[in-house]
Design a protein around this ligand. Structure first.
Ligand SMILES: Clc1ccc(Cc2nnn[n-]2)cc1
Ligand SMILES: [Zn+2]
Length: 266
């Protein structure tokens, strides 16, 4: 039932085009960011993040990544948790955040910077709630989504990440979910909000070309021990006999096809 895609030899990124022809589209993500070719746009305002009211609700393993959903209850959804400014015409509301990572070593990010890969990449997924009435409606619109990308590199431990890594044992298997309240992703942001921005897509099927990408230039540091806990997750459910470690859940860079990457800085 439905399209079975993954990150393996048979079902991985190089075969997604069979079920999702948009995989070969004109604005696919991720991309390699070439800083020298990025165009400094002095008209680009800074981005502003209002995550203070951010309340998470649960953490889950969807068979592709580990996802922290934002609470959508009436009280919470009235409280604004948004990204605005930068290339965005209006405020985009946070829907969820998740990660992409590698096996041991320093590959694992989706975007690369002058060919450099990072050990992981955090994605905060937002939708244009000012213009569309649901995430699903926004997800298919060219200005529907905004994803904030944060690079993770191996170094000192990141304290704020421990609440997540200490919960991962509860969502080891695909299809598992557990309460995960009051986590604010502010603690996972670097000190600088300098960014690159370009028009792109979701990096997994359905690969919709609806994402305004905002990729922060400054990585955050996480420890090898913390990354090791991400790699205890499994792609498969408890019922499946196959036990496949969840790692290398990243799509490689896609052709730029004439797009311009803009920089918020000189
Ligand atoms: Cl709703 C949804 C669908 C796909 C992805 C995967 C992804 N796309 N861009 N970054 N991650 C994340 C959220
Ligand atoms: Zn992602």
């Amino acid at each position: 039932t439905g399209n079975q895609w993954g990150y393996g030899e048979e079902d991985g990124p190089s075969s997604w085009y069979k079920d999702y022809p948009i995989a070969e589209g004109a604005r696919q993500s991720p991309i390699n960011i070439a800083p020298e070719e990025a165009v400094y746009d002095h008209g680009l305002p800074p981005i502003s993040l209002h995550y203070d009211n951010c309340t998470s609700t649960n953490i889950s393993n969807n068979g592709h990544s580990v996802v922290v959903d934002r609470c959508e209850c009436d009280r919470c959804s009235s409280l604004l948790t948004v990204i605005q400014g930068g290339p965005l015409e209006n405020a985009y509301r946070l829907k969820q955040f998740h990660f992409h990572w590698g096996g041991k070593g320093c590959h694992g990010s989706e975007h690369t910077v002058a060919g450099k890969t990072y050990t992981s990449e955090l994605h905060l997924v937002h939708w244009n709630a000012a213009k569309y009435s649901s995430f699903a409606e926004a997800a298919v619109a060219p200005d529907g989504l905004a994803v904030l990308g944060v690079f993770l590199e191996i170094g000192d431990e990141r304290g704020g990440l421990n609440k997540i890594t200490d919960s991962l044992y509860m969502v080891k298997f695909k299809g598992t979910v557990t309460d995960f309240r009051d986590f604010n992703p502010n603690c996972l942001l670097p000190s600088s909000l300098k960014y690159w921005t370009y028009p792109g897509s979701l990096t997994t099927p359905p690969l919709y070309e609806s994402v305004t990408w905002i990729v922060l230039t400054e990585p955050i540091c996480v420890s090898e021990k913390q990354m090791g806990k991400f790699r205890t997750l499994l792609f498969n459910s408890e019922e499946e006999e196959q036990r496949t470690r969840m790692e290398n859940n990243f799509r490689p860079p896609q052709p730029l096809k004439g797009r311009t990457v803009r920089a918020s800085f000189k």
